[in-house]
Design a protein around this ligand. Structure first.
Ligand SMILES: Cc1cc2nc3c(=O)[nH]c(=O)nc-3n(C[C@H](O)[C@H](O)[C@H](O)COP(=O)(O)OP(=O)(O)OC[C@H]3O[C@@H](n4cnc5c(N)ncnc54)[C@H](O)[C@@H]3O)c2cc1C
Length: 173
């Protein structure tokens, strides 16, 4: 049994299904990846892919490998001898549980924050998205210590890629 149907849970479901394990994935449907407008750092997708599309493909792949997907929030898991019993709206007994419940972002307290993230105006992860905003004017919001670290990281992205593009005579941003 897998708790969480984001990229981690679904990738695990695909592999376990291919190992001929019976897999049930419970998912409450709140993957962080749902908010990704487009990511261009996912290997195999040079033109980028949106989070919802990536999740849809991962779900399809997990289903093809034989996993069962249940759109349910799991409320409780109990031990019963060597097994686990999970209770959501439906119940499952399993020999092993894989927790892939992800994390929840702390968003800045500004109106429409989630819509801004979904639209790509506000971003949460310099590592994921720093490349996307090279040469653009950026404000970093957050507690000073974290914001400074992120601002320094973003600052480092500017010089080298910029020069490389100039040398090729390409100006695409
Ligand atoms: C705007 C944005 C842009 C991003 N861009 C990138 C990017 O470009 N590249 C990149 O690599 N990463 C990116 N990320 C990060 C990426 O989305 C996460 O790393 C990824 O979603 C983590 O996958 P996960 O499966 O661990 O967790 P999640 O995707 O969060 O999935 C966890 C799932 O578990 C479910 N769950 C939790 N508790 C229960 C329960 N009790 N019962 C049932 N289900 C439960 C949740 O509802 C959720 O569906 C971005 C994130 C955001 C928000």
């Amino acid at each position: 049994m897998i708790v969480g149907g984001g990229p981690a849970g679904l990738a695990a479901a695909t592999y376990l299904g291919r190992f001929r394990r019976r897999v049930v994935v419970f998912d409450a449907g709140e993957s962080r990846a749902k908010l990704i407008a487009i990511t261009r750092n996912c290997p195999g997708f040079p033109d980028g892919i949106s989070g919802p599309e990536l999740l849809s493909r991962l779900r399809q792949q997990a289903l093809l490998s034989g996993a069962e997907l249940r759109e349910e929030a799991l409320q409780d898991i109990k031990r019963d001898g060597a097994e686990f019993i999970a209770a959501g709206p439906t119940s499952v007994r399993a020999g092993a549980v894989l927790l892939a419940t992800g994390v929840v972002d702390t968003l800045p307290d500004i109106p429409l924050a989630t819509d801004m993230i979904r639209g790509g105006t506000m971003r949460l992860c310099p590592i994921c998205d720093g490349y996307e905003i090279i040469d653009k004017r950026v404000a970093v919001i957050g507690p000073l210590k974290e914001a400074m670290r992120k601002a320094s990281f973003l600052r480092n992205l500017h010089p080298r890629p910029h020069r490389a593009r100039d040398q090729r005579g390409v100006s695409d941003r």
